[in-house]
Structures are given as C-alpha cells and as structure tokens.
Write a protein that binds this ligand. Sequence first.
Ligand SMILES: [Zn+2]
Length: 337
Amino acid sequence: MWRLVGQDTARKTMERAVEHGVISHSYFFAGPKGVGKATAAVEFAAALNCREGAPPCLDCGSCRRILDGVHPDVLVVGDEGRLRSQDKSRDTEIKELGIDKTREMQHWAGLLPFEGRFRVFVIVECERLSEEAASSLLKVIEEPPPHVVFILTSRLEETVLPTIRSRCQRVPFTHVPASEIATLLEERFGLPVDESRKLARQSFGTPGWAVTAVQEPHVADVRERRLKDIEAMARGGLLERFRLVARMDREFKESRTEVYDSLDLMIEWWRELLLRRLDLPSEQKEGEEPPVFEDGSLRVDELTGFIHKIVETKSLLADNVNPQLALESLMTAMPRL
Ligand SMILES: [Zn+2]
C-alpha cells in the first residue's frame, strides 16, 4: 500500500513497472517542492525490493529497513535539507551535492545487492549536484549495471543537465488537492475536520508541509503569520508595505531561507488568485473558501506580471542585490486589492 497522497500518474507508472517487472535504470521525478517526490522515491525503492505479494507492503523487514533508511541496498542522498527543513539555520537546503556523493554511489553501484533485488540510489533535489558530481553521475547512468536503479528528484527540472534528463524516464508530480491532504491528516493523525481542512488549505497543495505542520505546530503558526502579512501587504498602502519590508530585511540578515520561504508562499498565494480569476482548476478549490476575497477587479496581466516580479526578486536576492531595495521595488509593483 502506497502512502503517497494524490499523484495518480506517478503511482500508476511505479505500479506498472513493479507489476510487469519492466524497470528503467533511471527515473526523474519532477515537480514542485513538498508534493511527495522523495516519499515516492523511497516507497518505489521499497516496492522494487519488497518480498510480499502487494509491493510495497511497507511492513516486511525489507520495506521497514528501507523506510528507516538502514537497508544496505538503498542509498538516499541529499535528504538532509528535508529532514532539517524546519531548522532555522538550514541553509543546508541550498547546499551543493559534491563529487564525494556520486563517487560513493559509483562504488556501490558496481557491487551486487546484498539482500534485495535492486540496488537503488535516490538523489533528492538533484539540481544541487555540482558540475563535477553531475558528470560523474552521468558516467554511471550511461552504462548502468543491470541491478541498479537511480531515482532523481527535482523541483527545478530545467536546471538539470539535459544529458542526464534524457537518460531517465520522466515521472511528473503535481500539487495535491486540498481535500486529499485533509483526508490524509484526518486518517493518519486523527485531526478534527476543521483543523485538517485549514492546514490543507494553508499547505497550497503540498502534503509534505501539512504533515510537518501537524508534527511541529510552530511551523503552522509561522505560516499563518506569513499569510496574514501577505494579505496585509496586498491590501495595504505603501506605508504598510514598507513597514513589512523592514521586517523582512531584518529577517534576511538572520536567515535568508526565511525570506525565500516567504516569497515562495507569496508566489503560491498570488498564483491561487490568478487561477481563480481565470476560473482554472486549482488544488485549493472543491468548495474551499478562497485564500482571500478578491472582487475580480485585478487584471490577469497584473497578476501574472506580479508573480514574475516575485520570481525575479528571489533571483536578485540570490545574486546579493541590496535586499531592502529589491523588496521595496517588489512592494511598489504589487497590485492593490
Ligand atoms: Zn514489503
């Protein structure tokens, strides 16, 4: 039984592979952050090595050891960011994966599996591989030993070497509907309906975030505060906006990731308004209340233009532009609700 939420296309691809025994040597799990790519990769590794009738059973010795990260034939690389994702000092998330990681994989790939059928290597957020590491990975996936399966995950697909991507079977991942995330929270954690729906809505289609928020309540508090700020900025005048910029500027000096996260959330929030404005399907819909009331007076090009502006601000900050200036310029460009 897969624990993966939503992702029917990905699930079917993995099920068919296991069922028919037609396994690619390399898979590329592509999609947004927090939608279950790494979870799916580990479960797929379990399914490939499970000894029970309906793989992955997630209960036999092999499956359990894989889930616990102690199976000798399954190596997960680059998951530190995810594990420590709520750590304030986590600039780990944007850390490069160096050549030592791919050398280690190269070494293990040459050996037969100890106890499983396949030796599986999972590389989480593979866009972080250094140039050197990526070319050494390319060598292994060009001529993979028969018992080896690589699963690469990425949320920035276009930044990964095309020569790597072209050797992999691409498996698409998407945002998950809020209703499915709410059900997950009710069933797995016994959360009351109103609480699970609120978290599902605030997760913007990412069960990974919702699960963390249940386990670490301060994560939900932080997001609630950020969402309030985002709305206050959208409704407020320049004075209110610049007041919030001053705070973000202070935050940026303490932890850049905090500010990147706020901007990511801002993208989701404005994207949601855009989808509703265009009457397009969104993971938030299905009878859920909108993240914010908007009377339909914003133009589509204003919304798309501003979303591009947030993305641009993120890359300016990464390029070490003066954060206060970059954020003030963003505020000036923000449409007013
Ligand atoms: Zn099993």
